[in-house]
Design a protein around this ligand. Sequence first.
Ligand SMILES: Cc1ncc(COP(=O)(O)O)c(C=O)c1O
Length: 370
Amino acid sequence: MSKILFNIPYKLKNFRKFKSLETFAGNGYWTKSVQKKLERKYFFKKVLLTDSCTSALEISALSLKLKKNEEVIIPSYAYPTTASAFLRCGYKIKFVDCNANDPRINHSHFLKVLNKNTKAVVIVHHAGQPEDINFFLKLKKKYKFKIIEDAAQCIDLKVGKKYLGSYGDFGCISFHESKNLHSGLGGAVIINNMDYSETAHYVWERGTNRRDFDKKRISKYTWIEVGSNFYPSEFQALYLYYQLQDISKIQKKRKEIFNLYVSNLNNLILSNKIMGMNTKLKSNYHMKYILLKNRKERNQIKKYLEKKGIHTVSHYEPLHLSKVGKKISVKNLKNSKNFSDRILRLPLHVYLSKKNIKFVCKSIENYFLA
Ligand SMILES: Cc1ncc(COP(=O)(O)O)c(C=O)c1O
C-alpha cells in the first residue's frame, strides 16, 4: 500500500488561467475580486487579502493601537504567530489555559486573567470548530475589550446567524496549503469594526496612503502608519479565486471523509481507548483529531501508524512553555500542556479514499489489540 499522507493540497485541474494575468504584484483585479467574493458569500463587512493569517493577525494588532502595557489575553494552546503579532507591538500578553479535553478557552481561568487593563482578547477557533463566542461577546459588553478571532482554520463555517470571522472586531483567516482552501500561502483580515477600516487599509498597504492616491484624493502618497507589505501577489489571488469557485465540492468531500472517521472511530471512543472531537460543535471539516492518554501513548501510536505508511501529526506546543513564551510569563497551564501531549491529527484531504480512511481507523484499533 502506498503512503497515506497527512495532507495533499487541493489542486485545480488543468489550471492555465495565469495567462490571463495583466498585473502581478498585488492589489489588482484578482485581489479585489476575491475580496468582493468573500464579502458577498460570507457577509463580511470588509476583507483585505493578505499573504498569510500571520499578516492578518499583525494588521489587527497594529490597527488596535493599544498603549504599551495594555493587556491582550491569548490562549496558550495556539500558533506562535497568534501571540507574536501582539507581542511585537509591545502589548502585554497574558496566556490563558484551555479545557481539559477540548482546546477552547477555560472560562474560569479566563475570568481570573481578565482585569481592567485587558484591552483585547484573541479567541482561536480550533481545528475547524468554533470557540464559545457568546461567552466572550457577553463579557465584551461589560469590559469593553476588543475581540480578534483567529479563524485560521475556519473558513466557510456558519455558527448561529453569522460566519466565523465576522463576530470579532477583526477576523483572521489562513489560506495556507494545509487549509480547506489555499493559495500556497495566503490569508485574509476581516474588518468588522469599521472604526478600524481606514487604519487597517493603510497598514495593509505598506503603511502608506496609496489608496487615496489611487482614488486621486492626493497627488503623492506617503508614509502615514506603521505598516508592512502584507498583501499577496495576483498569482495567489487568481488561484484562490478559482478555489473559491470549488468550495462546495471541496467541503462536500471533506464532510464525507470527516463523517467516515466519526463512524469508524466510534467503537474506540465508546470503549474509552481514545477520545474524539466534541461532536456537539459544528465543523468545517478542516481537521480530524483523536486524543490519547498521554504524550508517551500518542508518540507510540504515531510511530506504529508511521510503520504502516500512515502519516499523522501532533499539533501546537503550548506557547507559555516555549522559549519566547517563558520570558512572557511563567505559569502552570496544565490543560494546555496536557492537550498538546495527547492530540494526534489524522490524514484529511480531498484525495483520501474510503479504503484508506478505514485502514487508518483499523490500524488504530489494531494498535490497542497488539
Ligand atoms: C490558529 C492559527 N493561527 C495562525 C496560523 C498561521 O497561519 P499562516 O500560516 O497563514 O500564517 C495558524 C497556522 O496554521 C494557526 O493554526
